[in-house]
Ligand binder design. Structure first.
Ligand SMILES: NC(=O)c1ccc[n+]([C@@H]2O[C@H](COP(=O)([O-])OP(=O)(O)OC[C@H]3O[C@@H](n4cnc5c(N)ncnc54)[C@H](OP(=O)(O)O)[C@@H]3O)[C@@H](O)[C@H]2O)c1
Length: 168
């Protein structure tokens, strides 16, 4: 089983049922490194998967990242993705740009030195970008929630209609 945005307290509740998730997908990037959560994962054999691994692009202009990237003749995004992988995390970078998608996969031909890893480790500012799972209520606004429910109901109706068409 995989989970997303679980904090240690949520994982502990789950562990009480005897179920340990295989993977927890959480916000993770150089400005928001989630050290305690990653340590918890390591202790319990849970894979850490990073969403927004590039900090939604915000970390790519950082001079430390740029210098590490330059030393390996790779892009800042590749340096950051390599930093994640060397920490043992799985990454889910997003791009709509084919060349970037290809480059983001091409991160297995170089290795950051311990000093370079430590330099990027030093960029942690507790800079969360997304919602805090401890306070997130799943809904941006009551209006947004009504739209989601309306679409879901439409989806069910469409699904039933399509099933009927298939059967007839
Ligand atoms: N589980 C959750 O709660 C959760 C929450 C948020 C996001 N996610 C998932 O996490 C994935 C990634 O997150 P994200 O999109 O928020 O952030 P991200 O992958 O950290 O950053 C995406 C941004 O970085 C840019 N980018 C990608 N590769 C680049 C490169 N090589 N060079 C320069 N810029 C590059 C993209 O631009 P272009 O697209 O213009 O190339 C885009 O603006 C998504 O698939 C999303 O669904 C999950």
């Amino acid at each position: 089983m995989g989970v997303s945005n679980f904090q240690p307290a949520h994982l502990a509740l789950l562990a009480a049922t005897g179920v340990t998730p295989v993977i927890n997908q959480v916000e993770l990037h150089p400005a928001f490194q989630q050290r305690d959560l990653r340590a918890w994962h390591a202790e319990h054999g849970i894979v850490t998967q990073a969403w927004s691994p590039l900090g939604q692009g915000t970390i790519l202009a950082d001079p430390v990242v740029a210098a590490v990237a330059q030393a390996h003749e790779v892009s800042p995004a590749q340096a950051v993705l390599r930093w994640h992988l060397q920490h043992g995390s799985v990454v889910v970078p997003k791009s709509v740009t084919p060349a970037r998608i290809a480059a983001n996969l091409d991160v297995f031909g170089f290795e950051l030195t311990p000093a370079q890893m430590a330099q990027i480790d030093g960029l942690d500012t507790d800079g969360r970008i997304g919602p805090d799972p401890d306070v997130f209520n799943g809904c941006a606004s009551p209006g947004a929630w009504r739209r989601v429910r309306r679409r879901a109901r439409g989806g069910v109706r469409n699904g039933v209609g399509q099933m009927r068409d298939l059967v007839q």
